[in-house]
Design a binder for this molecule. Structure first.
Ligand code: ZN
Ligand code: ZN
Ligand code: FE
Length: 763
């Protein structure tokens, strides 16, 4: 019996070869009908034998194309017959008020690679080769539904050969929206700093020439997928140092790109999980432990134990690194802390003093997207910067958002989040909201996401810090009636819960830099009993002044001195330690007065500041050049063979005191114990503290689940030990994987909390 059914497939189903897949499936079963994209997903209008349709639907459910993420298959059955006489793929329909998640950018696939290096193929060495399974998506999309006319590829008219492929349902480039070839598509050109095109020798192409320049020690700015890179030879110390100098980036590690996992292995240890991470189609920068004597100059990543490696993810990268046995530095194309350049004119201006040459192309980048950063921990992926290759794929939530929500996120490593239904669209990495350029990408990004996902926020969630630009932005939105402030660390814990798909009460452990507290002080060493609605603070690190405010963050010696004084009184000045011997007494005297009088000395319970103090006490550094540097270096020296740590004291009211920890560390140093041992004992003290506080909370509240969040949990030495100790005591431990533990995850937590508060009537 013939019947007609309409099927709506939701999820990531556009730009991933879904329609051709449906076409061949329908043809095989002799079904008639139509398939098209609309703003809700892929719509299939199908006619045929009832049994064949049933099998057809089952096949879609159980065996969809590899890059798709099907969330729902909804069928409307027994429709009036339309008497189709064939099966066809038809144009996208802009109708339908819903939204369809769009795909992130996808690394070049195997099939395209084969063609790229096949001299008989018409796209041989064409740097913009792509297909239905790979290529740019998010970074070129201007609107929805996803088709060529709504991407920056609309600048290029397809040639006849490309059009044939594009229109042939059996071709692997059928409706590959960014389809292109050397006859019709984007092209590369190489220029000097005055934007004069470099003449190429007859047999040479721009990529080869750029590569030769890099190997000669030059710095080349390369326009990529989501922005510019600055590239140089990673094994050329002089070039790397020159790049550092010109970029005003003193110590922050540079990312590397290598042609293959084998080459990465020459420099780093690569586990199976890490290999998988490197090879994933999202192609993040993977943080890997470096091998001793690896031959990578210190200037690439000073003072840290890891290197950040990624594999090529565009055809241009593949051509550039083809057969190259050494890694290249591929750092984001920006000056200091500004956002990454993505427009040609902007790059020409801002990178002119840094790069010697520019490798450019004429495909516009619509959305800036930095490289993502991830690591494999305990066999699972843990994303530290969620951007290119990940965004804008939504985080699916176990609960539903009852209202459409905008969450503005934090200040550093900002992301925003737009949420509706079961989807939280966490934005790509925006950056530190401290200059106009970043603020602009924040506000424009929000507008872009609102359009793409058809979200009209009725509620805005924000951090309690009155000075965050994200907070100011939220409070200035006149068109949104409901505003919900969410405490920073509650947002961290909620984000970890949403990441893991859990609800209900948890013991929330927030180990962090700084976050504005409900008492107006800066929190960051907090133990809560929390759910999405509320966070009850059970215990926290004792408050200590930060003399000079923000300066105390940039100069960890200030925190070391105030902690030493608290633990040992003014006598600490007489200790025979390098730290005290080198201490600037006059600067300290001024600082002491300031702290005692409470002038410009905000109080904090942040454990991040205690990590800073410890690093400075051990002589690692008195001032930092990037966020978290002192703590990262403290982790890097920690001796993994040490088994027992110092001990924190817990005073009444859940006040955690660090004095004993400081005193024991000082004793160890005076006794000539190495800094590596002291660092390890400190890390273990924090891990033991977490386990002890969790046991205490469990005794009082009968909660067995612990959520760990906050930037300090990027510290693997701490995270691994805390997790092990908690697991040994029978706790169920939740850590971040899909979202960062740092402030990049805060927007998701804000959205979850705002939603729960609204539902419970507790705003
Ligand atoms: Zn491909
Ligand atoms: Zn073409
Ligand atoms: Fe934070």
């Amino acid at each position: 019996m013939t019947t007609r059914t309409q099927i709506l497939v939701r999820g990531i189903v556009q730009g991933v070869g879904f329609r051709p897949y449906v076409y061949s499936l329908a043809s095989r079963r002799s079904l008639k009908g139509r398939v098209f994209n609309n703003t809700a997903g892929v719509v299939i209008d199908v006619e045929g034998e009832a049994r064949a349709i049933e099998q057809f639907v089952n096949e879609i459910r159980s065996n969809p194309p590899p890059l798709s993420q099907v969330e729902a298959v909804e069928c409307s059955e027994h429709l009036a017959p339309a008497d189709y006489h064939d099966f066809r793929i038809v144009e996208s329909a802009a109708a339908g008020a819903k939204f369809a998640p769009i795909s992130a950018d996808i690394a070049t696939c195997e099939d395209c690679l084969r063609e790229l290096f096949d001299p008989r193929d018409r796209r041989y060495r064409y740097p913009f080769i792509n297909c239905t399974n790979c290529g740019p998506r998010f970074t070129i999309i201007e609107g929805v539904p996803y088709d060529r006319a709504r991407t920056t590829m609309r600048d290029f008219e397809m040639c006849a050969a490309c059009r044939n492929e594009y229109e042939n349902p059996l071709d692997r480039r059928f409706h590959a929206e960014p389809i292109a070839c050397s006859a019709c598509g984007p092209r590369l050109f190489l220029t000097d700093t005055r934007r004069r095109s470099i003449a190429l020798e007859p047999s040479e192409d721009a990529v080869n020439r750029a590569r030769r320049l890099i190997l000669d020690g030059e710095i080349v700015a390369i326009k990529g997928l989501g922005g510019f890179h600055l590239a140089c030879d990673a094994l050329n110390v002089e070039a790397v140092e020159r790049l550092r100098g010109r970029k005003y980036r003193e110590d922050k590690p540079f990312a590397l790109m290598a042609a293959s996992v084998e080459i990465v292995r020459e420099f780093c240890f690569v586990s199976e999980a890490e290999e998988e991470l490197l090879l994933s189609e999202r192609r993040p920068i993977a943080l890997l432990e470096r091998k001793p004597e690896s031959g990578v100059p210190d200037a690439v990543a000073p003072g840290v134990r890891t290197l950040g490696f990624m594999l090529p993810y565009t055809p241009l990268h593949y051509l550039l690194l083809d057969g190259l046995g050494r890694p290249l530095v591929m750092t984001s194309g920006n000056v200091s802390d500004e956002p990454i350049c993505y427009e040609d004119d902007d790059a020409a201006q801002r990178l002119n003093e840094i790069a010697d040459y520019f490798l450019l192309h004429n495909r516009r980048i619509r959305m800036r997207a930095d490289d993502s950063v991830a690591r494999a921990q305990a066999g699972a992926e843990m994303v530290l910067r969620r951007s290119r290759g990940y965004a804008p794929a939504p985080i699916k939530t176990a609960f539903g958002f009852k209202h459409q929500i905008l969450a503005c996120g934090a200040e550093l490593k900002n992301t925003f989040c737009l949420a509706r239904g079961n989807h939280a669209f966490v934005s790509h990495h925006i950056g530190d909201l401290e200059n106009l350029e970043t603020l602009r990408s924040f506000t424009e990004g929000i507008e872009h996401f609102k359009r793409l996902f058809d979200i009209h926020p009725e509620v805005v969630a924000y951090d309690l810090h009155p000075e965050y630009l994200s907070t100011k932005h939220a409070l200035a939105l006149d068109d949104i009636g409901v505003r919900i402030g969410v405490q920073h660390h509650h947002a961290h814990i909620a984000s970890c819960m949403a990441d893991n798909g859990i609800e209900g009460e948890v013991i929330g452990v927030a180990m962090d830099g700084l976050g504005f507290g409900e008492d107006g002080r800066f929190w960051g060493g907090e133990f809560f009993v929390a759910d999405f609605v509320r966070a009850e603070r059970l215990a926290h690190l004792d408050y200590i002044p930060m003399p000079g405010g923000a300066k105390a963050i940039r100069e960890p010696w200030r925190m070391a001195a105030v902690y030493l004084r608290r633990a040992l009184g003014d006598d600490f000045l007489n200790l025979d330690l390098p730290f005290t011997n080198n201490l600037d007494r006059r600067a300290w005297a001024a600082l002491r007065r300031m702290a005692s009088a409470g002038v410009n000395s905000p109080e904090t319970s942040s454990i991040g500041r205690l990590f800073d103090a410890m690093a400075s006490l051990l002589g690692l550094r008195n001032a930092i050049n990037y966020e978290g540097q002192a703590a990262i270096e403290l982790e890097a020296i920690a001796d993994k063979s040490v088994a027992n740590g110092y001990e924190f004291e817990i005073a009444d009211g859940g006040i955690i005191k660090a004095e004993a920890v400081i005193r024991c560390a000082v004793d160890d140093l005076l006794n000539g114990r190495p800094a590596s041992e002291v660092s390890a004992k400190f890390h273990l003290a924090v891990a033991q503290l977490i386990a002890a506080m969790a046991c205490d909370a469990q005794n009082r509240r009968r909660i067995n689940r612990v959520a760990l969040s906050g930037g300090v949990f990027q510290n693997m030495f701490l995270l691994e030990r805390a997790r092990r100790m908690l697991a040994a005591r029978g706790f169920e431990v939740f850590t971040h994987s899909r979202t960062p533990a740092n402030d990049g995850g805060v927007s998701l937590g804000q959205a979850a909390v705002a939603n729960a508060r609204l539902a419970s009537g507790r705003i």
